[in-house]
Ligand binder design. Structure first.
Ligand code: GLC
Ligand code: GLC
Length: 650
């Protein structure tokens, strides 16, 4: 849109930096800046228009967009152009993600380079390396407490190592995902140190208060993220003689986005890593970006404006780069991180599907899909050019964030059901073989989440201890079933490192003084490469999981119906143990793959005539794409093995 005020301001800015931009090849930059500037101006004005320094700050923002574009390599600029042309590229079924802690997975970045073959063997082509930036040794929150946003942790490598890795990943057509921890910094970050030293400019980068009056007001409505090891949302800094907002750990200082300088710094950092070859940036803890007294300080409207503005800025300088929203919030809220009131995603193109993740674990515990079938419908349709990141386990805990109403509609009492799940996964119920532990127990409201590795939660640890072959098989089937859903459901599947070989809980963290209070470390193990070799030995647990997963990945990539275009329909079946959906191919809504999962430990059957009546099965025999078996549909009931799954090629 052409709008006089903003465009004359833009002309002023460009005139001011004329010398810098002269003789540079900026044709595409100008087009994108022109196209996006009204949106950038409007959002920036909504957020910061009341400030005296509004124009000055906007000048600064455009300058960093320009400089970052000038610094962007020709190769990356070409990639931007290709992705603009083929703008739905990331909705393709070909992408399969994998998340790692670099240190635990491969020691360092150079070591990671040597493991790319392993990832390729599994079929991975999107690699999320969790934060590798410089952070204090102990007080690091696994890298999520950054001391220097432009330097890599010396133990993990250098920026040059990362550049080399990015080049190698591109050769393998593998996407690089890096974190930018936008919500907070370490208390040892230069900004924090200057704030502590009394510099007012940097105190304004954070939420800093002289006494408890404001913190107390905030606390009235702010929940606690880590009630056990970091209770409260504010920390007293004796040196500064002030309280500072610390929503996560006491050494993680929340950035103050009411200050435009903070916003501009963070955009600069996002573009810095985009220029170092990140294809996708994971924005950490985005729900927390804006704090307001009287609110939970989560999912505030302004947090969305900040993200939209970040996206618009990125679209000017590095339009090929996507954002992942890490917002572990209710479905009705999470969907807004794609962009509110929009058709195309205009905030983050990708969001974690925590709802599906938690529901899958619920189905494993109850052995039925009652709540899964019910609650999955609460996830609204996503926007165009947006997709989910579907996962079973990640480096964080599992929250039981289901909607109470959905739980009731599935026939359970919400409080009792949550307690059942918690007992189940922490091994306190007789019916369970899961070996998780409670994380973040809040004695004030009884909330708790679950930590533990996928395999240990799925019963593998207990089964191995008891040397029970049937139980081992059940846990392997569970692991494959869960992955089968995330690979088929629609979105980008994200596999957590170690899960492809059934890595168990690791209690070594208890001996580390910095980790022992955060039991999420039980599932952040050092990758056991020796065990991983067993994937090549027929009949081992590692081989059964790895090869099963690999087969599913290969199959997913071949089936275009698995691309994510809102081409899924849930199918209600009479049998409560079964979860069923169909994936359509293309615009013709031609049924292509019928997915049926059985969460029970016994064989279950499904009414074929019913599916036929829905027009979902037309042939007398169909192929199960997962095993290549031909399935006879001439009978009226189709039986699905215990914890089994079909991907029927209709
Ligand atoms: C393909 C490539 C991806 C690229 C895109 C551009 O999907 O694998 O890396 O950005 O096409 O069209
Ligand atoms: C995100 C990370 C988590 C971290 C938190 C604070 O939720 O995934 O590991 O503790 O942010 O940075």
């Amino acid at each position: 849109m052409y709008e006089q005020v903003s465009h004359s301001l833009l002309n002023d800015i460009l005139t001011e930096i004329e010398a810098e931009i002269k003789d540079k090849n900026l044709q595409y930059f100008y087009t994108r800046l022109g196209a996006n500037f009204y949106a950038i101006y409007s959002l920036f004005h909504q957020l910061y228009g009341h400030r005296d320094d509004f124009k000055l700050q906007l000048h600064q923002l455009v300058k960093i967009l320009t400089r970052s574009y000038i610094a962007r390599s020709e190769d990356l600029r070409q990639l931007d152009l290709a992705r603009e042309k083929n703008h739905n590229w990331f909705l393709s079924q070909q992408w399969v993600g994998y998340a790692i802690y670099c240190r635990e997975f491969s020691g360092n970045l150079k070591g990671l380079d040597k493991r790319l073959g392993y990832l390729q063997e599994l079929g991975i082509n999107m690699l999320h390396i969790m934060p590798i930036l410089d952070c204090p040794k102990g007080k690091s929150d696994g890298g999520y407490a950054v001391r220097d946003f432009r330097n890599i942790n010396a133990e993990i490598g250098t920026v040059e190592d990362l550049d080399a890795l990015a080049v190698n990943l591109k050769k393998r057509d593998t996407l690089l995902v890096l974190d930018v921890v936008v919500n907070h910094t370490s208390d040892e970050h230069a900004w924090a140190l200057q704030a502590i030293a009394g510099d007012k400019k940097y105190q304004d980068y954070y939420y800093v208060f002289d006494d408890r009056s404001m913190p107390d007001l905030y606390e009235e409505t702010m929940p606690e993220v880590f009630p056990e090891n970091a209770p409260g949302n504010f920390t007293w800094n004796a040196e500064m003689g002030k309280w500072v907002m610390t929503v996560f750990n006491d050494y993680q200082w929340d950035l103050n986005y009411q200050n435009p300088a903070v916003f501009i710094e963070m955009v600069d950092i996002i573009l810095y890593w985009a220029n170092h070859g990140a294809d996708i940036i994971r924005l950490d803890a985005v729900a927390f970006l804006w704090k307001k007294i009287g609110s939970t300080c989560q999912n505030e409207r302004e947090a969305h404006w900040i993200l939209q503005l970040m996206k618009d800025c990125c679209q000017v300088t590095a339009p090929g780069v996507l954002f992942i929203a890490e917002a572990i919030v209710a479905p009705i809220e999470v969907i807004k991180y794609f962009g509110e009131d929009a058709i195309n995603a205009k905030e983050c193109e990708i969001a974690y599907n925590a709802t599906l993740m938690a529901l899958l674990w619920e189905a494993v515990a109850t052995k039925n899909a009652l709540l899964l079938n019910r609650a999955i419908r609460s996830i609204p349709d996503k926007l165009e050019r947006a997709t989910w990141l579907n996962y079973v386990r990640c480096h964080d805990d599992i929250g039981l964030g289901f909607d109470d109403n959905d739980i009731r509609l599935a026939g359970y009492d919400p409080a009792l059901h949550r307690q059942f799940l918690l007992n189940y996964y922490t091994g306190q119920s007789a019916s369970s073989t899961a070996k998780g532990i409670a994380f973040g127990t809040n004695i004030k409201n009884g909330d708790a989440r679950i930590a533990g590795s996928l395999a240990s939660l799925a019963g593998l640890e207990a089964a191995i201890e008891q040397n029970d072959a049937d139980a081992i098989q059940r846990s392997i089937d569970t692991i494959l079933l869960l992955h089968g859903v995330i690979l088929a459901f629609g979105g980008i599947p994200l596999i957590y490192y170690g899960d492809a070989i059934g890595t168990l809980n690791d209690r070594a963290y208890l001996k580390d003084e910095y980790k022992k209070n955060d039991n999420r470390w039980i599932h952040r193990q050092i990758m056991n490469w020796q065990r991983s070799e067993l994937r090549n030995e027929k009949g081992t647990v590692e081989q059964r999981i790895f090869s099963g997963l690999k087969k599913m990945i290969v199959t997913r990539k071949e089936i275009t119906a698995f691309a994510d275009h809102n081409n899924r329909e849930l199918i209600a079946l009479d049998n409560p143990h079964l979860f069923c959906f169909v994936r359509f191919d293309g615009a013709g809504r031609y049924p292509r793959v019928l997915v049926i999962c059985n969460f029970d430990h016994a064989e279950q059957s499904c009414d074929i005539d019913g599916l036929r009546k829905l027009g979902l099965l037309s042939h007398a025999v169909v192929k199960n794409l997962l095993s290549d078996d031909i399935i006879d549909l001439s009978t009226s009931m189709l039986s699905i093995p215990p914890l089994g799954m079909y991907w029927l090629d209709t």
